[in-house]
Each structure stands twice: as structure tokens, then as C-alpha cells.
Design a binder for this molecule. Sequence first.
Ligand SMILES: Cc1cc2nc3c(=O)[nH]c(=O)nc-3n(C[C@H](O)[C@H](O)[C@H](O)COP(=O)(O)OP(=O)(O)OC[C@H]3O[C@@H](n4cnc5c(N)ncnc54)[C@H](O)[C@@H]3O)c2cc1C
Length: 467
Amino acid sequence: MTDMLKFTSTEQHYPATAPAEERKHDFKEIYANFDPAAAALQASRCSQCGVPFCQIHCPLQNNIPDWLKLTAEGRLEEAYAMSSATNTFPEICGRICPQDRLCEGNCVIEKGFKSVTIGAVEKYITETAFAEGWVKPIKIKRESGVSIGIIGAGPAGLAAADMLRRYGHAVYVYDRYDRVGGLMMYGIPNFKLEKQIVLRRHELLKAGGIKFHLNHDVGNNFAALRARHDAILIATGVYKARDIEIPGAALGNIFPAMDYLTASNRKNLGDKITPISAEGKNVVVIGGGDTAMDCVRTAVRQGAKKVTCLYRRDRANMPGSAREVKNAEEEGVEFMWLSAPKAFAGGHSVEEILVQRMRLATQDAAGRQPVIAVEGEHFTLPCDMAIKALGFDAQDLPTLFTAPELRVSTYGTLAVDRKKFMTSLPGVFAAGDIVRGASLVVWAIKDGRDAAQAMHQYVTIKQRVAA
Ligand SMILES: Cc1cc2nc3c(=O)[nH]c(=O)nc-3n(C[C@H](O)[C@H](O)[C@H](O)COP(=O)(O)OP(=O)(O)OC[C@H]3O[C@@H](n4cnc5c(N)ncnc54)[C@H](O)[C@@H]3O)c2cc1C
């Protein structure tokens, strides 16, 4: 037995981070892994509190206090068994969850003692499990005879595929891309999540019997897919980039964030493409979410002359993770808060941005602070490459799939029965960003797992009725 509650005598430590001056020049993950002694010591800082707020604030309700205790005791195989019981991809959440807003941000020792480094311990447990061979492909007892089609190989689709295969169903995953992972592959850059981590999971899922049909864009063949499978899951994410309608928006060298990030990720994967390069440029990224943070830090690594982030609200109201803002600042990114683009100017391509100063008004009844322009206060910013990272909306799936009966919400996302995850089409389920709107990997995993359970119930009843 190991004593816990060591937060009173042991300071918080994260694994070593590559120094900004070094990491600026490559795309490697910036955080090292804990060594066994450091992981055990940091895990033993947990206070084992009666009401674990870390667990409550984790979308997956991960049993964090218990796997921290097991880690502190060196019982890593059990720690992995426990952490993977509620999370399909703990090594990914350990790396890219915004822990400062979820588990760690709600750790009860956070006030005054600094939280337990939960994400880093989760990554350590799972990487140890991979190294020790404890992570095994799915082995089913018998085939159920049920066939499931999943459209989208992002975290929601993959988490659902994993669960449904464990039930013994034949699972077929269709994705328009050539690699699995969705935004984990082509959105999130290597310095947060190296791609072999996602590809390693793909190999395991394939070894467990899940069939992948990549480069398979589902459109008006949707009806044929429905006919082929007993149930379908739509997990296509949200990709329609929000745009800025201001003068000069059609000038050259203004790119949507996903075009920029996808090109960079593909280049790093060794694909033969022409990257959109920020080298030697004055880059301005517009937006304040995780996507904007990934763009500014990618531009730094591509050798931009200067990288500026324009955000219309202030630092406290940024949707992106505070940790990522800090990392970007260390890497030399300049943030201009309360600043919004008013016009792009230039000849053929953008040369400068006219920026409007903004201010936050008093809170409205819903608790939101509207952002308003400060009359007469603007300035120009030199810019020879602009990246728009203003968020994403759902594609019009009823039209794309030639399925007008597929009901959508007022936001254009798919409408589902919240408990059953079923859309307005019988046997067609949906999960992840396409239901929730742009969100987080951990929520996509949670929704994928829950939808899988609902689908299993549905096909089991269908099978019994048919028997
Ligand atoms: C740049 C960026 C950075 C982010 N950083 C973080 C982060 O640090 N931490 C975090 O938790 N979250 C982050 N997110 C959010 C997170 O990536 C998403 O919430 C999550 O990936 C959603 O999962 P999903 O499975 O619903 O969709 P996606 O990951 O988008 O996957 C959907 C899949 O469906 C496929 N698809 C779409 N349409 C079709 C079709 N018609 N036919 C076949 N296949 C189709 C796509 O090719 C894709 O592979 C980030 C998002 C972006 C854009």
C-alpha cells in the first residue's frame, strides 16, 4: 500500500517540455513521457477525495482516483485495465484533452496546491501498456451475424466501431480520407499528437476484425449502404468553415484553417502535395479556438517571419485551451486581444489587414458578454498570409446523402433522440461533432461509445423479432 495525499509534501511536476527555442524548428510532440518514479510520485499527490470532481468533470467519467492510486502503487497493468474500461483511446486523451478545463481544472487540490497531473499520468499508463504488450486486438467469442456500417473514421466512429466489434458484430467503417482518425489525423498537428499514435490504433482495430473502406466518400450511395447493413452510424464531423465577409476577402493568400493544417499534416506524413507554406511570411491567424492555436504554432514551425493571432474577445474569454495559448506565446506568437479584422487590403494578394478594436459589453441575461466595436479605433497590420479559423458548421447531410427525411437541428447538425442516438431514419444513428457541433475528442469518444450501446440494443431486438 502506498500513501496517497502527497500533495502537501510533493510539488506538481509535468513531464519535461522541449524548450521553445528547440521545438519551434520541428513538429515533434513537445511533452516527454514520465519515467516510472515520477509517474508514481505525481499520482500519489491525489487526495482520494470523497467526491472526485476530476471524474465528474470528465465526459467519460474516467475512474481517475482509482487509476492514480494503482499507478502510485506500481500496479500499472491494473491501472491500464481500469482506465481503458471507460476510454477507448486513453493515450490520445492523455495528450490532447484540455485537462485545464476538465479533470485537472476541477481537481480539489488545484486551489493552492496545483492539481494532480492527470493527463500526463494517463499517457504514461497507456504508453507503458503498449510497451508491455497489454494492449491487445479485440478477440470475439462468436460472430453475431449482424452487419454495421459506420460513416466516418474520426474518434466517434472509431470508438463506436471498437465497442460494436466487441459485441461480435461485423463492422465496416467508410471514410472519404485515405487514413483513419478524422481531425486527429488531418486537423490536429504532430506537436500535440504524433500520427503514429493514431495509426497504431488503426492497426489494432484492423487486427480485431474491423473492416475499413478508405477513400470512400459517402454521398448519394447512402441508401445503398443502408440496405447493406442492419444499422448505420453517421459520424462525419463538421467541416463547413465559417467565413468572414469583409472587403478584400477574395484576395490571394487568405486560407481556411483546415486547408492549411491538412496540407501541413500531409506534408509531415510524407505525402506528395504542395504545402501552403508560411515560410518568411507575416502571418495573421484570425480566431481564438484550438484550431487557431494549431495554425499559429504550425506557422511558427514553418519558419514564418512573424505570427500574430487576432481575437475579438479577451484572453479570459478565449475558447482555446489556456495551456495552448501559453505554448504559443513561448514560441513567439503575438496575441492581439479585442481585435477583429475589418478589411483585407492588397493588390493581387493580401498585404495588410485593417483591424477594428473591440470591447466587451456588460453581461446579458444569458451571462454572455457581447463584443462591440470601439468607434473610430482601428489600425493596420502588415500581413502577407492570413488564416481564417472561425469555427465550423455541419454540411447539409440530407442533401449530400439524398435523404431529405434526415432531420437536422436549427444549427444544421443531425437531430437524434438523446437517449437512443437514433436519427429520424430508423436504424440510422449519429454521434460526435455531427450531432454536438464542433467539440472535443473526448466527447466524440463518449458519444461513439454511447451510440454503440444503443445500436447494439437496436440490432439485438431486431434480430430477436426476426427469429
Ligand atoms: C484544428 C483542430 C484542432 C483540434 N484540437 C483539439 C484538441 O486539442 N483536443 C480536443 O479534444 N479536440 C480538438 N479538436 C476537436 C476534435 O478534433 C473534434 O471534436 C473531434 O475530432 C470530432 O470527432 P468526430 O469523430 O465527430 O469527427 P471527425 O474527427 O471530424 O471525423 C469525421 C470523419 O468523417 C469523415 N467523413 C466526413 N464526411 C464523410 C463522407 N461524406 N463520407 C465518408 N467519410 C466522411 C471525415 O473524413 C473524418 O475522417 C480540434 C479540432 C480541430 C479542427
